[in-house]
Design a protein around this ligand. Sequence first.
Ligand SMILES: Cc1cc2nc3c(=O)[nH]c(=O)nc-3n(C[C@H](O)[C@H](O)[C@H](O)COP(=O)(O)OP(=O)(O)OC[C@H]3O[C@@H](n4cnc5c(N)ncnc54)[C@H](O)[C@@H]3O)c2cc1C
Length: 403
Amino acid sequence: MTIEFTLTKRQLEMKGAIHGVAENVIRPQSLAWDRAGAVPDEFLRNFARMASAMGSSAMRSGLGEEKGSAEKMGGNVGTLIASEEISFGDAALLLCLPGPGLGGPPVRATGTAEQKERFFGIFQDVDAILRWGAYGLTEPGAGSDVAGIRTSCRKEGKHWVLNGRKCYITNGARAAWTVIFATIDPGLGRAGHRAFVVEKGTPGFAVGRIEEKMGLRASETAELVLEDCRVPEENLLGGEEAYVTKEGFMTAMKTFDNTRPIVATMAIGIGRAAYEYARAFVKENYVLSRPIPRYAALAERLARTGRNLHAARMMSWRAAEMADRGIPNAKEASMSKAMGGQAAIRACIEAIEICGAEGSIAKDHQLLEKWFRDIKVYDIFEGTGQIQRIVISKRLMTDLKSF
Ligand SMILES: Cc1cc2nc3c(=O)[nH]c(=O)nc-3n(C[C@H](O)[C@H](O)[C@H](O)COP(=O)(O)OP(=O)(O)OC[C@H]3O[C@@H](n4cnc5c(N)ncnc54)[C@H](O)[C@@H]3O)c2cc1C
């Protein structure tokens, strides 16, 4: 058994390069993007080109799909490193990056060879670099309770007819296609679920409300409406045979064992940004000018924050490394998501408290209040903290040999 947490030379170089971009190029524009509610297309285009040249799938498409690039960067662990560094600069940017995004994993896991070619093919076209995919599962009344989705699908000739409403879909309005989950019969639970790739412009497929969010404001979050939307049968992910057993749907869900550690490291990137800000603030303001007891107490709080972030990072790397080696990692992925979100939220709260009033003020050079707004959602999307803890406890109670 090997326990290896040493980054390769290639990974270290990549980490350093992305960190430089995050600190010097991304961070200075972060608050302006937040206020404008978007990252300019020109920036996204240039950034995506640069990321492709560097061979980083995480930089190319958030949770990306670019042949061979994840390997160049060092598999899932490489993607995690890039995610943390970009989020250190601006977390919303990572969600805005062109590429299939969260729509990628289900297509990769369940799509036929023809579907993968067709749906991923559009991202290989360098002249149309600003393209997105999206993932549409959540509905009003069915967020954590995934089995309860109500969007219906029925077969009519060579088409499926979809009716329903999806909410909070990242990049939903701009996406060239969205993986939409629907049900043939809500009474069947997960066995009734089907996943479709619904392309932009399909009659009956419309964008509803664009959400005004507390944090990650530069990232688009949209409502999608399906009204007698006729989807060609060849857009049913995996074809009919994939749904003979429950496996087709379960495979699509299992891919989130890959993405939860990525989301955890995105949170850690924000938490680290807040932690480093507070550490610099304490060093600058308290070391010589204030009585020693206060400095010692603040240093101890910072040390605890740093410890927790580091532990969460290691847990995420472990979950990602298991995925790289094809080892089932559902429990570890949930642990990393639960731990990463909590450690980072705590880091942002601590940082504001440590900086006192200065910490709560919105100024161009002071991003603590923005990080505080951005971080909360990391304990909500991709499965809330409570849901992760349920997954973990179920796994621990059914496999008593496991830690
Ligand atoms: C910025 C943003 C982007 C998003 N992007 C996407 C996207 O791209 N695609 C997509 O499909 N969805 C997306 N979502 C939706 C997100 O995945 C859901 O919000 C999330 O799953 C929680 O669902 P909910 O909001 O319906 O909350 P609910 O499920 O209603 O949960 C409310 C509260 O109840 C708790 N709870 C629920 N069930 C239990 C239980 N059994 N035991 C204990 N506590 C429980 C939850 O932990 C939570 O605290 C996004 C959301 C946001 C905010």
